[in-house]
Structures are given as structure tokens and as C-alpha cells.
Design a binder for this molecule. Structure first.
Ligand code: SF4
Length: 281
């Protein structure tokens, strides 16, 4: 069945609208647990604040500020400290305050974020990086579906090739989980090809938690594969929106799921989800 343009928001039989775009996060969320996807992207329930999430936001914003202000040779460790101070002040009254940390935990939280940035500086010299995109928001359409991705950093390599760089503020996971994260980078590579007319030659995952860098070179076959996967997931999403069937898929990921307290599969209170949806609406 051909699908209409994604941005047109078409309700299914159960009245659940399709999301406007398909992003790597939405794709991964729907594949890992359709119910979690529904809570996040259709019901738009807010995520519970977590130190990991806010630390990730803090570190990403510091690096964004570092790369988007001033010439490359100014990207020194001192400039990282300045960017950290600016970002810390900006997030302190909002995202950081929402964590409700006491003075001791707050100090630890700050130190852990600083450690991640120190480790980043041990992994590459930012002054030597030729970044041509920071938090680069790319969109492209395939078969009526709007793909979207925000790339942490797009580099121009000395040989004229492109490299997609993605920062992770945790440690490198086991190989099978790295595979899932690489799928997100392949999605970005497909977006580069469609929106910029050139696919990157390198995809780079930088794990600031332990200093591990994982790289891969996309191929025509892997780009074709991620395109087919995006189409297949979108078709499954259309069916789910049509029937309203977004099943819980319990897995080890439930341990870190922000919707555990709402989820019937993990003992969430019956009715809590519908009350949360009514409040969010
Ligand atoms: S707790 Fe597990 S099963 Fe429930 S919504 Fe979250 S990921 Fe899905």
C-alpha cells in the first residue's frame, strides 16, 4: 500500500497520527519497544529527568559551543573550560535543577561531566578538526517519507571526503549494541547522500566514557540496507497506527526505560498510562 507524505499526519483507524518524520531515534525506539515509542513520540509523554540524560546534553552542548565559536586554533583545553562554564550556567536553573541533586551529588555530577570532556581531549585535538557542520539538521524524502537526522558533527577530511561523527557519553557497548548505534550513523550517511549529494566515507562513534572510537565505512550495500530498513519500519509504523497495536517488548532496556512506572509489562500501575496521556494532552 503506498503511503502518503509523512508530514501530512494521517490518522489510522484508531486515530493515531503518524509522526511527521522518521529519525534514527524513532526507528530504534519502535524496533526495540513499540509501546515505548508510542509513549515518547505519539503520546509525547515527557521523559523523567535522569543524570545520564542531562550529562549527555551538557557535554554535547559544550562541544557544540567549542566548535561553533572562533577559529579552530582557539579550540584549546582552556576554551573547553570556558564553554563548560557557560553551558553549566545555562543549564543549572533548568535541566540540572530538575534532577534535584544534593550538593555532594551535584559536585559528582559536575566532575563526571568534566571527566568526559577531558577524555574527549585525549581522543582528538579539536584544533585539527575541519568541521563543516555542527548539530547539522538534515532532511530528505524517500517514497513520501520524510527522513530527518541531527548530526553531532560533519567533518571534511584532508582528502576531501566527509566523516560523520557521533559523541556518546557512555562506555562502548558490546558489539551487537554497537551494530544498532552504527545503524543510526548509516541513517545519517543516507541523509548526507540524499540531502548533500555525497555520502561520507567514514562513520565515527566516539565513546567519551572510555575513550573507545569505533569507525565504519558505509558501502552502497549498507546504504541500500538502511534505506530498506527505514521503509520497512515506516510500513510497520503505519500498520501500528492503523490498529493502535503498540505492544510492550520487555528487554534488558526496560531497566533504563523512562516509562517503567507506566508500563504494564514491568508492573506499572494499571491506568497510569492513560492518566499520563490525558495530562500530557
Ligand atoms: S518498560 Fe520495557 S516494555 Fe515497558 S515501555 Fe519501557 S521498554 Fe517497553
Amino acid at each position: 500500500m503506498p503511503s502518503g507524505r509523512a508530514g501530512a499526519t494521517q490518522p489510522g483507524a484508531m486515530g493515531l497520527p503518524l509522526p511527521d518524520t522518521l529519525t534514527p531515534s524513532k526507528l530504534a525506539s519502535f524496533v526495540s519497544c513499540p509501546l515505548s515509542f508510542r509513549f515518547a513520540y505519539l503520546d509525547r509523554l515527557p521523559e523523567l529527568p535522569s543524570p545520564q540524560l542531562v550529562r549527555g546534553t551538557l557535554v554535547h552542548r559544550v562541544l557544540q559551543l567549542l566548535f561553533s565559536s572562533g577559529p579552530p586554533d582557539g579550540r584549546t583545553p582552556e576554551r573547553v573550560k570556558v564553554a563548560f562554564a557557560v553551558t553549566w550556567e545555562a543549564l543549572l536553573p533548568s535541566e540540572i535543577a530538575a534532577l534535584g541533586l544534593g550538593p555532594r551529588e551535584l559536585g559528582l555530577f559536575e566532575q563526571q561531566a568534566r571527566d568526559l570532556l577531558d577524555r574527549y581531549l585525549s581522543m582528538e585535538d579539536p584544533a585539527s578538526v575541519h568541521a563543516i557542520g555542527i548539530e547539522l539538521d538534515l532532511r530528505a524524502e524517500i517514497e513520501g517519507i520524510e527522513l530527518r537526522g541531527i548530526i553531532d558533527r560533519l567533518d571534511l577530511l584532508p582528502n576531501g571526503d566527509l566523516a560523520v561523527v557521533d559523541y556518546k557519553t557512555g562506555r562502548a557497548p558490546r558489539p551487537e549494541q554497537t551494530r544498532a548505534r552504527m545503524t543510526a550513523l548509516l541513517f545519517y550517511a543516507l541523509l548526507c547522500e540524499l540531502a548533500l549529494g555525497k555520502a561520507p566515507s567514514e562513520l565515527r562513534l566516539m565513546y567519551l566514557g572510555d575513550g573507545v572510537v569505533v569507525t565504519e565505512s558505509p558501502t552502497e550495500q549498507s546504504l541500500r540496507g538502511v534505506r530498506q530498513r527505514a521503509l520497512a519500519v515506516w510500513r510497520a509504523l503505519e500498520r501500528a497506527c492503523g490498529t493502535g497495536d503498540f505492544r510492550a517488548h520487555p528487554s534488558p532496556l526496560c531497566r533504563s526505560c523512562t516509562y517503567r512506572h507506566l508500563c504494564p509489562a514491568t508492573g506499572g500501575e494499571p491506568g497510569a498510562a492513560s492518566r499520563a496521556v490525558a495530562t500530557a494532552g
